[in-house]
Design a protein around this ligand. Structure first.
Ligand code: PRT
Ligand code: ZN
Length: 294
């Protein structure tokens, strides 16, 4: 379906985005890099993209799963932790790779922690009672869950609870409140969720949106690499740098040398560079990729 066809019938996909918080900026950035401009939710509740059949609703993150499952929005960007806690009938369509964190049980630093059985009969403060209850059930443990909506980390210090179950990212909030991480219960990152059974025209728009988002996310994870190498090393270097299919090899003006171009994954980047150098690569250039269609 061409861009013209997508616009012709006035069908729009409605996306729920966090109004303001840890997910807002990255959500808008991902859409902007996918060529979908939207104003931020600072003063607005709704905005329409001029470049793509998409309308945004700006909401509190906790409300997003419900709005999507009720059909007020078709899709949404929210943390997996909120999806799991709200347990609404929504489909997780794609992991988006930002707002990474974990949901952990934490205990006062002075506690001699010896495993999940420690939590039996204890008071645990949390904003995620459902996820915690499921975990305790799996562990065959009974504890007192105290649901509170903010500043969970201060509750052991003021005698409100023996321990907490909360989001941890760097761990510094735990340290500054005299706590230590005891059990990691789940890992979370931002995800794109959708209402199951979207009508076909909206599915088509969602597929286009996903295609663009994936191209942007691939580009975050990969770098374009150029290097010079003696011709006798081309075989070995091509094995280190397979790229999307295989590297591009072009002769240099200097006889016996070639230039190789390829793509390298960010996670293995430094290891790959070391191996390239050990195999005679010189003049290595690494360049960010704007979009990557695989
Ligand atoms: O107003 P609204 O309800 O929309 O937002 P909110 O205040 O509920 O959520 P917000 O914006 O704080 O977080 C949105 C989502 O970001 C969460 O649901 C998580 O999926 C994700 N996320 C990623 C985090 C963190 N990292 C994070 N570090 N959410 C919260 N924190 C807090 C955490 O609660 C704790 O107080 O940061 C503290 C821990 O951080 P460290 O780095 O000290 O360990
Ligand atoms: Zn929230």
């Amino acid at each position: 379906m061409s861009k013209k066809d997508l616009w012709k019938n006035d069908t729009k996909l409605t996306i729920a985005i966090q109004k303001s918080g840890r997910l807002s900026e990255k959500s808008l950035q991902l859409l902007a890099e996918a060529g979908i401009g939207l104003s931020n939710g600072f003063r607005k509740l709704v905005s329409c993209s001029p470049d793509f059949p998409l309308e945004a609703l700006y909401l509190r993150d906790d409300d997003i799963p419900q709005y999507v499952s009720d059909g007020v929005a078709d899709v949404g960007i929210v943390g997996e932790n909120v999806v799991a806690e709200k347990a609404r009938g929504v489909e997780t369509v794609e992991k988006l790779g930002f707002a990474r964190c974990r949901l952990s049980l934490a205990v006062p630093r002075s506690v001699e922690y010896n495993g999940p059985a420690w939590f039996a009969g204890k008071r645990i403060a949390t904003s995620y009672p459902r996820i915690l209850q499921n975990y305790l059930r799996e562990q065959n443990l009974t504890a007192e869950i105290h649901e509170i909506s903010g500043s969970v980390e201060i509750s052991p210090g003021i005698g409100l609870a023996d321990s907490i179950f909360d989001i941890v990212s760097s761990g510094s909030t735990l340290i500054s409140n005299g706590l230590k991480e005891a059990e990691v219960v789940m890992h979370s990152e931002a995800v794109l969720i959708a209402r199951p059974g979207l009508e076909p025209l909206k599915r088509d728009i969602l597929e286009k949106l996903l295609f663009r988002m994936r191209a942007v996310m691939h580009s975050y994870k990969n770098k374009y690499i150029l290097l010079n190498a003696p011709n006798e090393k081309i075989g070995e270097i091509s094995r280190i740098l397979p790229g999307i299919k295989s590297p591009t090899v072009m002769p240099l003006a200097e006889p016996g040398w070639s230039s190789l171009h390829s793509v390298v994954n960010e996670n293995e980047f430094w290891e790959v560079i070391d191996r390239l150098k050990a195999n005679g690569a010189q003049g290595i250039l690494v360049i960010p990729i704007e979009k990557m269609i695989v």
